[in-house]
Design a protein around this ligand. Sequence first.
Ligand code: SF4
Length: 464
Amino acid sequence: MIESDISLSTTIPAPAAKMVHIETWGCQMNAADSERMLALLAAQSYQLAPNAESADLVLLNTCHIREKAKHKVLSRLGVLKEIKERRPGMTIAVAGCVAQAEGSRLLKAAPQIDVLLGPGKIDELPRLLREHDASGKRAQAIGFHRHAPDPTPNLEAAPAVAPPTLTGKHEVSRYVNIQQGCNNYCTFCVVPFTRGRELSRPAAEILAESAALVAAGARELTLLGQNVNSYGSDLTTKPSFASLLRSVAALPGLERLRFTTSNPHDFTEELAELFATQPRLGRYLHLPVQSGSDSMLLRMQRKVTVASYLERIDWLRRALPDIALSTDLIVGFPGETDAEFADTMRLVEQVRFGFAFMFKYSPRKNTPAARYANQVEEKVKEDRLAQLMRLQDRITTEIHAAEIGLVRPVLFHYESSKNPGQYYGRTDHFRLVRVTSAYPLTGQVHQVRISSGNKVGLIGDLVD
Ligand code: SF4
């Protein structure tokens, strides 16, 4: 899963009986969860508030992936406590992975929390709020749902009307959660502890939500899960992820269908071949490798070797020779030697990723790697990260330079708020493109001739 440190404040002003303000930290899964909670609240007549100060309900959807995650949440809760003292009727709810991981410790440290719920319990938010409103007592739901062997699709959970967006704006690109949790237990990762084991949503629910989003104007959908390639393996009918992709890709009006995150261990040749037959999948895939060294991959418990990872790249390039790839890389994992780090550098040179999310390893509570004895010195990690970033920047810049003069179809996502008339979109290869236009482009696909590029993205001119 692609992680980021972004904090999204969600607001649209509208008079209503109850107002909610949502703050979202972390990955796309959390952003999608926030939209889901917003949809549930909208069904209870909540409207988005312009800020926390004017909200009846403030909802923090938290992320545990970074260091000091709890610290950040407590600091924000301190500010909310002061607001609540001025507005005694205000409800404070904490959701997400910090709520799940810290549970009672968080409640003890922050008595101002009224409602606490883990990421596996977001559908219980309306019930928890009702309980809290009725009793004035704190309400909480932590833990993970397990569905019955044959879950009945909950089509109410996927309303015919598209759920509101976090920004309150009409969005071209929307997320659809297809799965919660992960069964892989990579030794560095907290996800199985905060989101539980894999739990797939029935395909009918996913299709209904996708259709509603497209009907509301979304042109691009991203199917989200921690390990989308194993989608359906926990359902009794065992629908394959490839079959789900084919069904969603067939929705009329959809321009592009993306998915993330793909664990290479579960990535099949059938999935790779879909890129040749389903043009809506575009020409891009994020396939996290983490390291280019077999011994590291073994200690990370990634269940792949460098050779099996490269085999998957071969499948993809056979299906679509110019497919663009991105990846995640960790440097300084416990015990990583200079030679093992050099293996990672070699793999990056060999595959030539379009871009990569690169991290220094940092220990996460409860994970096996945090207990490994041979932790790498901070200075060594920093040096390795800097080397790797230099290499990846060079490759990205070269790939972008090779685009100059080419004409690419670009789906435009938004107009710059700082520079009106500048529109940003993405090519089939997921490369960011900026174009200046006197006419609105958002939501449209146009042919663009690339005129320049750097390590961040491309600039071009409309040719149609
Ligand atoms: S596949 Fe590994 S890294 Fe990804 S969510 Fe699961 S445990 Fe974490």
